[in-house]
Write a protein that binds this ligand. Structure first.
Ligand SMILES: [Zn+2]
Length: 480
């Protein structure tokens, strides 16, 4: 396959509303920014569908030979309950709910998020910058905007003045004179805000807000939108290749990112904007009680998180995915439930593992046949990430070698699940780490013990403590 002509990659660009040939700014390299989680609660599996799409995109680009720098922000301050800046900071709400310091909330749910990503088989992005650690960059960007005349201040905050940006709304094809956002939320609307579309760059005079910093405008905290622009530009430069998010980010958050970034630098912010459609979970939801469907809910309900991954692979990222979720005894507080689509995906995945493990004769035995089938699957992936078609083609060939060749994109853990026996003994380096962890535990050095557990997990093994001592087995799910 070394002499294959490359298959061009096309991506659907929300900016142009069309599929475009992908050409990176720097040959061989891709800079990619994806709006990350607000770490105030567990991630809902719907949010995780977007992160899964972004993971498939990064992996497809890597399979094509690109060196991908994937940046995903961790929002640990400044995200109000409404994307249009109204309401309360989600971190402050969670801090009240759990009687914890907002930083403790942020670190706690960031840890759960990383764990959920791993359990779903997602690669951890190259950089996971925290908003609270980049406030200096956000202030500097706001100062640039202020110096160029794109801002105004009120007692409540520093605003971006959308009337000064003739391109405002180009991503969402919005017209400023039709913009109503911020008005429909009658919570905490600033009477001095000049236009409903204007948005906060820096919040001021929020006496009950615990997370606050000095700034040229006074003590306060950054707006959510400026966070993404400042961190994206810090790690990827003022113009970079791909920016992803959920479709709900198009009209406000990503629109505002473009406005402030391009007004500050005077050149394009991003070449390709890509957005994932929703997962619609139908069923009794009760987010207020915390009873919404998370990766842990799936596990508690007896599902393999990779069954959810497999389900997502069967729908194109721009198509909505429906899931009818039924809580056990019709009661969300049980934390357990079922969905028929997940049952089917789980059975399909188990059957796939069994089939591949049982196949003794490789159907694509000639190199020519393999190369042609490989190109067929890759062409689907490169066609705006048509993963469902790629998976359908893989099913047609039934070739373990072909499935294995694409598992670096699919992330179904095929090498381990379909090939390796489960009672495999861990290699010596893993044993050494397990012993070191035992010593740390004996010394009650639990921080070190946790680090070593993570190091063991990074090698693909899971250590469990039993009264008889530690046991170690292959990590049950996900690539690590
Ligand atoms: Zn963002």
């Amino acid at each position: 396959m070394d002499n294959m002509d490359p298959i061009p990659i096309t991506l659907y660009n929300t900016l142009s509303r069309s599929k475009e040939r992908f050409e990176p700014l720097t040959p061989g390299k891709v800079g990619m920014y994806t709006c990350g989680p607000t770490v105030y609660n567990f991630a809902h599996i719907g949010n995780l569908r977007t992160f899964l799409f972004e993971d498939l995109l990064a992996r497809t680009l890597r399979l094509n030979g690109y060196e991908v720098t994937h940046v995903m922000n961790i929002t640990d301050v400044g995200h109000q309950t409404s994307d249009g800046d109204a309401g309360e900071d989600k971190m402050a709400i969670a801090a009240k709910r759990e009687q914890l310091d907002p930083y403790a909330i942020a670190r706690k749910y960031e840890g759960f998020f990383v764990n959920d990503m791993q359990r779903l088989g997602n690669d951890i992005p190259t950089v996971l910058p925290r908003a609270t650690e980049h406030v200096g960059e956000m202030i500097a960007l706001n100062q640039t905007l202020e110096a160029k005349g794109f801002t105004y201040a009120t007692p409540e905050g520093l605003y971006f003045d959308t009337s000064r940006d003739p391109d405002y709304g180009k991503l969402a094809h919005l017209r400023l004179d039709e913009q109503k956002q911020g008005v429909r939320d009658d919570l905490n609307i600033d009477p001095d805000k000049r236009h409903p579309a204007d948005f906060v760059l820096w919040f001021l005079n929020k006496p009950n807000h615990i997370m606050k910093w000095e700034s040229p405008w006074g003590v306060g905290y950054p707006g959510w939108h400026i966070e993404c622009s400042a961190m994206a530009m810090k790690y990827l430069g003022e113009t970079f290749d791909i920016h992803c998010g959920g479709m709900d980010h198009i009209p406000v958050h990503n629109t505002n990112e473009i406005a402030q970034s391009e007004c500050a630098t005077g050149h394009p912010f991003v070449h390709y904007w890509m957005h994932a459609a929703f997962l619609n979970v139908r069923g009794k939801m009760s987010k207020s009680k915390g009873n919404f469907v998370t990766v842990q809910t799936l596990i508690d309900s007896g599902y393999d998180p990779l069954a959810y991954r497999y389900l997502c692979l069967q729908a194109h990222y721009r198509s909505e995915l429906e899931m009818a979720w039924v809580w056990e005894n019709d009661d969300p507080t049980t934390g357990r439930g079922r969905a028929e689509s997940l049952d089917n995906a789980g059975r399909g995945l188990t059957y796939l593992y069994e089939r591949l493990a049982r196949t003794t004769e490789e159907p694509l035995s000639s190199e020519t046949a393999f190369d042609s089938a490989y190109r067929e699957v890759l062409a689907s992936l490169n066609d705006d990430l048509n993963v469902p078609r790629a998976v359908a083609t893989l099913h047609t060939y039934e070739s373990p070698r072909l499935w294995n060749a694409f598992d670096p994109v699919l992330g179904l853990d095929l090498a381990r699940r379909a090939k390796l026996p489960e009672d495999e003994a861990p290699p010596a380096p893993v044993f050494a780490l397990v012993e070191e962890r035992q010593a740390a535990r004996k010394n009650r050095d639990f921080a070190r013990s946790d680090e070593l557990r993570a190091a063991i997990a990074a090698l693909g093994w899971e250590v469990a403590d039993t009264p008889q001592g530690p046991t170690v087995k292959r990590h049950p799910v996900g690539r690590l």
